[in-house]
Write a protein that binds this ligand. Sequence first.
Ligand SMILES: C[S@@+](CC[C@H](N)C(=O)[O-])C[C@H]1O[C@@H](n2cnc3c(N)ncnc32)[C@H](O)[C@@H]1O
Length: 243
Amino acid sequence: MAQNIYDNPDFFAGYSQLPRQVHGLSGAPEWPAIQALLPDLRGRRVVDLGCGFGWFARYAVEHGAESVLGLDISEKMIARARADTPGDRIAYEIADLDQLELPADRFDLAYSALAFHYVSDFARLVQTIHRSLRPGGHLVFTIEHPIFMAAAHPHWIADENGSKTWPVNNYAREGERRTDWFAKGVLKYHRRLSTTLNTLIDAGFALNRLEEFAPMPEQIATFPVLEEELERPMMALIAAERR
Ligand SMILES: C[S@@+](CC[C@H](N)C(=O)[O-])C[C@H]1O[C@@H](n2cnc3c(N)ncnc32)[C@H](O)[C@@H]1O
């Protein structure tokens, strides 16, 4: 059973205040880069894995998706998603991605934002997604970048001039990483970028694109705090297709 930290009241309260949860997709600086990876959503049957408050599910139906199934392990996240979602084209269910079962050949697009790094058995998940897509179906997802994840205790090291270094250690040692973020001991799983990509290839996906998100100069001008994202990649954005 996965950790389900999003149902921790302190974690949920803190996470709910992030700009990307208050403002939705437009509050996420990587959103324009994700949009560039998405197929045309019109008429698509979509599954959103780790859907959170349902921001993407609503975007998908607003842009023509036929239906969206939003899945998340957190009852609090799903309750909020249901409360914020009108209409009947989106269904939300509680599900643990580490034990996920999906019907075969059902979806045109599997989407996930910042959830797969909580999954311990990534190969099983990817095989399940592959089976659930129709041939030619798309998988678009984002994860914490493994260079971000590989810092055992993520923090900057500053030198006497104030320039900052991101301490990456044990990059090739894959597996559990614990971090303190809104709660102590948040459990994530580190995988090398090569492991993530090769797992997709081994499951029968063709890779369409890998982006290592970095903010645009105009985004940094508006939100100077984003400048530190130029020092190391925080997210990987991946688009693949079922062969
Ligand atoms: C960083 S949030 C992202 C939420 C949403 N995708 C978004 O971008 O707003 C990660 C989500 O993954 C969910 N999650 C974490 N581990 C999970 C698991 N094992 N199975 C299903 N969902 C999980 C969390 O409950 C949370 O809603």
